[in-house]
Ligand binder design. Sequence first.
Ligand SMILES: Cc1cc2nc3c(=O)[nH]c(=O)nc-3n(C[C@H](O)[C@H](O)[C@H](O)COP(=O)(O)OP(=O)(O)OC[C@H]3O[C@@H](n4cnc5c(N)ncnc54)[C@H](O)[C@@H]3O)c2cc1C
Length: 484
Amino acid sequence: MSIEIVRAEQFARLSSQPLDVLVIGGGIVGAGVARDAAMRGLRTGLVEKHDLAFGTSGRSSRLLHGGLRYLAQGRLGLVWAANREKMTLHRIAPHLAEPLAFLFPTYRGTPWPRWQLRIGVKLYDLLCGRRNLGRSATLGQSEVKKLLPGIRSNDLTGAVRYFDGLTNDARLVLDTLSSARRYGANIINYTAFEEAHRDGPAWRCAACDAFTGQRHLLTTRSIVNAAGPWAAGLPQSRLRLRLTKGVHLVVDRKRLPLPSAVVMTERSRILFGIPWGERVILGTTDTDYEGPPESVAVNAADIEYILNVVNASFPSASLNSSDVMHTWAGLRPLLAAGHGGPSDISRAHRIDMPEPGWFDVAGGKLTTYRLIAEHVVDRLARQLRRKLPRCRTGDEPLLAFGESTGESTPSGIVPPPVRADVVEHFCRREWAVHLDDVMIRRTSWHYYRADADAIAPQVADWMASFFGWDAPQKEAELTRYLHH
Ligand SMILES: Cc1cc2nc3c(=O)[nH]c(=O)nc-3n(C[C@H](O)[C@H](O)[C@H](O)COP(=O)(O)OP(=O)(O)OC[C@H]3O[C@@H](n4cnc5c(N)ncnc54)[C@H](O)[C@@H]3O)c2cc1C
């Protein structure tokens, strides 16, 4: 299959007629807006500068959660909305939403006393409309020691248990976009939005194809800036963002055999240990970041910080940097309001229209993306003076009947088997064009598999025969992947 021909067809479709809405950014917010807009009958296009889910939406903690922490900050509205969305995602995307029990051990003399958490988790259940994914509970000291062998026992008073959900962030983006495409949305990755100017009721835009360097012109009646950490840098944007970096580490579950997710505290901050198949995800940090979003990276201090917190909670684990199999770093595109520490900034979303037909979207969480998108499309309808059908994204399953995510197992949370037909599916059906698209975002093999570097040449071979890469192209793809 020739990438050039496929992309030429995609661009022809995108620019053949004026769009109702052009979405900038193929993260979870852009994907959600594209799905909702297309489902309600708007002519929708989406351009993504890198790969789909390249940004924050492929580098999160992978949780669908109301945010127990926000409860402690008194943000009941945010917790209620996020908890409701968590339940909605379990309904529309059960393959990407697994109930996950969290144990939150409590200690004497910390800012998280057990009596307070006991009330907190009950309130948390209530904020799910009493139908959380499991019932919260309070546990005694000996039960906690039995459930979490190796847990620090000094001053341990017990624990609370509550439920949230585990997802696969990049797959959530991709399946949302596949659904958008089924409703007619045109989606193109490796295409950067460059500029736009208003011409009467329309916007004339230019976007650049990273493969050919060619500029494509398109016309649209509205634009949604869903560029996440990049959003403030777009020409018409009036956003002011504060970017904070969050780092995750992946370790072998044999080194930290967690039966459920665990909350670990460091002063008023909380970190998670999240079981993920044969691995455990540890994170996250929350530090201010300045610099180009593309350059965000994990450094030795980030690793040391997380390992120190984990070792303080599980002293016998004695994890060190050689236990770290993989890492990722993401940026929270938070609204720059107020001062305070990074962890205090509101995670609520905001939609602004600085010019007629240009919408800036910022803030929010992976968990609340569907709701953000609904609000955006409602605003679009008013602006376009169109009476649109009501939003149905919370009712319709993400996958069409019988559709799978490219492998035989129904869950999209743990990686699929390494097979030629699986790789071909991602190239043919899910916009994968580079080796790292498959290794990192379509499958998570890069983060999950101890032999990721060894399987990469095999995956490159399969992609080479699909796309007709010659030997130098294949080599270039391997170098690009190893560089990532
Ligand atoms: C460390 C960390 C952990 C998190 N954990 C969770 C969690 O467990 N649960 C949860 O609910 N939320 C979590 N979040 C929050 C959540 O991940 C983000 O709110 C969400 O992913 C933001 O999505 P987005 O679409 O706005 O941005 P992004 O995913 O960054 O998407 C923006 C996209 O725009 C593209 N783009 C930029 N410029 C252009 C251009 N000129 N033209 C075209 N495209 C462009 C980028 O390449 C990018 O792909 C976490 C965030 C971080 C950082």
